[in-house]
Each structure stands twice: as structure tokens, then as C-alpha cells.
Design a protein around this ligand. Sequence first.
Ligand code: SF4
Length: 483
Amino acid sequence: MKFRPYNQAQTRFVNLNYREILGEDSDAVVISDIIDLMDLSHIESQFVEVGNIAFDPKEMMKILVYGYFKGYFGGRPLHKNYKNDLGLRYLSNDDFPDFRTINNFRIKFKDEIADVFAQVVMLCKSLGMIGFKNLSIDGQKIKANANVFQNKNLKGIKREKEKIEKLLRKLLDNEIEFKSEDDKQKKKKKLEKRKKKLEDATKLLIEAGAENDDGLRYNLSDPEAKIMTDKRGVKNPDYNAQNAVDDKFEILTAVNVIDNPSDSGQLDPMKEESENNTGSTHENTLADSGYPDKDTFERMEKDTTTEYYVPDKTMHSSRNDPYSKWNFQYHKDLDIYFCPQGVKLSYVRTCKDKDGFEYRLYQAEDCSGCPVSDKCRRKSKNGNKKINNRTISIYPQDEAVKRMRKKLDSEDGKKIYQRRMSTVEPLHGDMQKNRGFTQFVLRGLEKVNVEYNLLAIAHNVRKIILHGAKALKEYLVKAQITA
Ligand code: SF4
């Protein structure tokens, strides 16, 4: 015979052991083992003995983590894939929950899922996968489940409301034809629902001062999402996902999603959350220039628990700008600055900026006839006109900024700061490009945080599979012995 027997109609009577078929190193088996190590008593205790028998929280957690690991981000995609995915069949023991049950579990136990993330971080620590050398903090913009065209200002909302009211009037006056009364009632309900949404949005926008500010906008599909500009310069309703990453194996030690496009003010909370989750402090903390505020540099110097490597906003641009205030020479005894043309800038007065920070204002004696004045003189604050004689603002905090710049420019500083790029950038790429998590599925800040915690658990589990499989096996043996 030329070919092996091939008959797809052949039936079998077999004894299946999914774990054996998948193998001990398979993703599903490792996820199962890891979740078995977690303490889920805070979830279990919320179920009561009476009523329908619930799915085991361990099963639900395993299914959800596996979903975010494989790119099935929610109940429907999980349900769609479970029959053809042996991993899901193993994790559910072929008793797969309805997609609503999965989604409801995900929303109901949002705090508990964040706690499971913290437990996975501690497991990574126990496996020796966190080096505690360099902690990089960075944010990535992730699209909200919101339509950019649903982002409207007060005028836009009022316009649409008028349109809806007109349609409703026509509908009630029987000026629109419908196939049936049922269709008419459905349309009426839909229009009324939209009208209510627009009324709520109007109220919120007016409270926020939108009557005097056309720039204030409200997204009708996810009101908590904000328009943010991503790295490619594209504007979208987004959330800003904050990450703290250890550089040994890119383990996420803390995550938090915020509804503010700016990273400012996130350095301390992210560092503290990382310390809470790991129980330890990193030797170095790295972040980009979007994180520090004016007073952050002095605070960072006082914090002796870690060494910070954080540039200020103008550090890089001022390097190539001889007319930046940072490149003016200071004469301490005379309390004057010299510009690159050798002109004196003397103290004029002490002022306060819009954030309440005091600064000393210095002004050049005479800039008329200066051959480089076009490059040097800055535009006045209230218009495009360039001010006559150049002024510079010197803050007391500038001294701490200078010391930070010196540290970052040192050979060691450069090497350490480079670790940030090779730690956080691959993480963002991995989550969005490789895993396909380019948009949140859920809406609202609380719910997107649940999703991000699940994504972070899946990320750390993937790192365990890649770099800590052997350590995990030894850990599991020890755990079984002590159990
Ligand atoms: S514009 Fe004034 S401060 Fe600037 S380089 Fe010329 S003389 Fe100096």
C-alpha cells in the first residue's frame, strides 16, 4: 500500500488527560499552576452556599489570565475560541462558563484581580526574577473603547440635542413612517435614551465651565476617556497606562491606568506602589522628562532610599541651544549672568509663576544691535512680539536640576539611564504589537484598570515561562511538600 490508512470518520473511545496532552511546560498548565498558588479566599468568601452553584473562582481567574495571555480579551472571544483551544478546555475542565459569567466576574472582582497581580509580583520576587537594580517608570497611551467622533464640545452637544428633539416631535406627530408600531416605539426609546445622554453631558460640561471654553469636550461613548496624542502624533480618546518595570527580566512591579494625558505627578505613586507590591526598594529609579514637576528634583535628592535618574523637560533641547538660560554664565559675587555675547543680565525682581513657584528675574542691559538676537530673544508671554531685552527666570530649584543633569551626563549615569529605553519600550511594543492589545474593551477608568491588571498578570506569567520555568518547578515542589 502506498499511503497510511486515512479515515476521518473513524470514531475513538479514548481516555483524555488534557494536562498530559498539553505537557508540563505548556502555557495553560503553567498558568493553572501559578493561579493554584494564589490566595483567592477574598473572592471565594463573597460566594454564598444558597442559590445557583457558581464556577470556582480559580477556574474563572485561570480562564481570564489565559485569555489576556493569548489575546482573547473578554467573555465573547474566550467563548468563541474555547472549543478549539485545548488550553481553555483544560483550564475549564470542559465546563466552560457563559461569556456573561466571565465578563461579570471580571467587573465584580476588580479589586481582587489587582490583588492577584500583586501576588504574581511577589511570586516573581520569590523566583528571583526581580533584580531590584533599575526600576523604570513610563506610561503608554492605549485607545479607549470610544469613538473619536463622539467627542463633542457644548455647542456640538446642543446641536445634536436640537436635532434629536426635532426628530422626536416628527415621530410623535406621525410625520415619519414605520413598518410597525413596534418599530416606532423602538426608535422612540432610542432617541429618548440619546437625548438623556446629551442632557447629562450638557449638565456636566456647564458645571466644568464649558460655556466659556469651546475646548472642553465630552466623549459620549466613554466619558472618562480623554483626548490624548500618541507617539505618532495621532489624537484619540485614550487612557494613559502607567507601568513600573524591573530591568532584570522586564517584570511589571506596579501598574495603574489614569485618565490624564500627562505623566506629571505619577513618579512617587508608581514607585510607592512598586514598593508595596514587592516589599523592597530599587537601587535606581528611572523616568523620562514628562514626570518631574519643578519641585520634584529637590524631593528626589532628599529621598535616600533610591537614586533617581530623571531629566528635566529642557535638558536635551538646551544642549544644542547656546541661548538657553542654562548656558549663561553666572558670576556669584556680583549676582549677574553673562550671555554668550558677553552682555550682563542683572537681577530685576522676584516673581511668582502660574503654579506659585518663586523665581528671580534677570534682564540683559541692552540687546539692541545684537547679531544673534533673533535666536536668543524669546517671545513675550502675551503675544508674538519678541521682548526687547532678554530676560531669564532663575528658580531656587534650578540648582537641584543642574545636579541631576550632571549625574545623567556622567558615564555611569548614561549607562543607567539607557536601561530605561531597553526596559519600557520593548514592554509597550510587546503588549500592543505582539499581543494585539491596542484598545481597551471595557469603558470607564475603574474597568480599564481591571483589564490592565489582567494584561499585566499575563505579561509577568509570560516572563516566568520564558525565564523562570525551572525556578517555578522547584517552587511548586517545595509548595507541595509544605502543603
Ligand atoms: S539677545 Fe541679548 S542676551 Fe541674547 S545674546 Fe544677544 S545680547 Fe545677549
